[in-house]
Design a protein around this ligand. Structure first.
Ligand code: DX5
Ligand code: ZN
Length: 217
């Protein structure tokens, strides 16, 4: 099972240490939340932070862009060392073109849907993406409660993937804990982003074990 700790909940004054701690504890990706103060009401990490982290981990850097008109920032994130760039369908007028832009940079392309956005909104691009990120909270902040109504969208994507033979991975993001992870797993999610659950834990290794264990309970 693929756990992607979100460094949004890490100590920004000790990012190198916190990225390495997560890698040692069993992370499979490092999830980096970029927010522009416009698409969401928060301002966080940009390409300069991706570039700063890049030499300190071998893990793929999974960049989640919560920004309006992501086209403007795709080249900088790619150049900084992003391995995955995911963009919100709600944030661009040209989702197909923007995803193409990511792929042309030789970076894996992800499309993201907010809790209020149906799967229907991304059906036309499901054959063009490496990853679909289903937001399980409204984007903007860590530490929010999981929204149950998003689970049926994971199942729907999983069904479409099987029916049409697509090969995208399904990622979930927001409110993932040992209490909520199992429902996402059973619905078909492959990658589990966890911010406050991992970085808020006293014992990070135990937090990873609890997430993994929660699936078999
Ligand atoms: C929210 C971000 C998430 C956030 C998750 O907009 O996209 O990646 O860090 O944090 P938790 O796991 O605390 O809900
Ligand atoms: Zn995120």
């Amino acid at each position: 099972m693929l756990i992607a700790p979100s460094i949004l909940s890490a100590d920004f004054a000790n990012l190198e240490r916190d990225v390495k701690r997560a890698e040692e504890a069993g992370a499979k990706y490092i999830h980096i939340d970029a927010m522009d103060g416009n698409f969401v009401n928060n301002l966080t990490l940009g390409p300069n932070v991706v570039q700063a982290i890049r030499p300190h981990t071998k893990l793929p850097l999974d960049c989640h862009l919560m920004v309006e008109d992501p086209e403007k920032l795709i080249p900088s994130f790619a150049k900084a060392g992003a391995d995955i760039i995911s963009i919100h369908v709600e944030a661009t007028k040209h989702i197909h073109g923007a995803l193409q832009m990511i792929r042309n940079e030789d970076v894996a392309a992800g499309v993201v849907i907010n809790p209020g956005t149906p799967v229907e909104a991304i059906k036309a691009v499901l054959g063009d993406v490496d990853l679909v990120l289903v937001m399980t909270v409204n984007p903007g902040f860590g530490g929010q409660s999981f929204i149950e109504s998003t689970v049926s969208k994971i199942s729907e994507l999983n069904r479409l993937r099987e029916e049409k033979g697509y090969d995208f991975l399904i990622e979930v993001d927001g409110g993932i804990t040992d209490k909520t992870i199992k429902r996402c797993y059973q619905a078909g999610a492959d990658i589990f982003v966890a911010g406050s659950y991992i970085y808020g834990a006293k014992d990070m290794e135990r937090a990873f074990q609890k997430l993994k264990g929660a699936i078999s309970n």
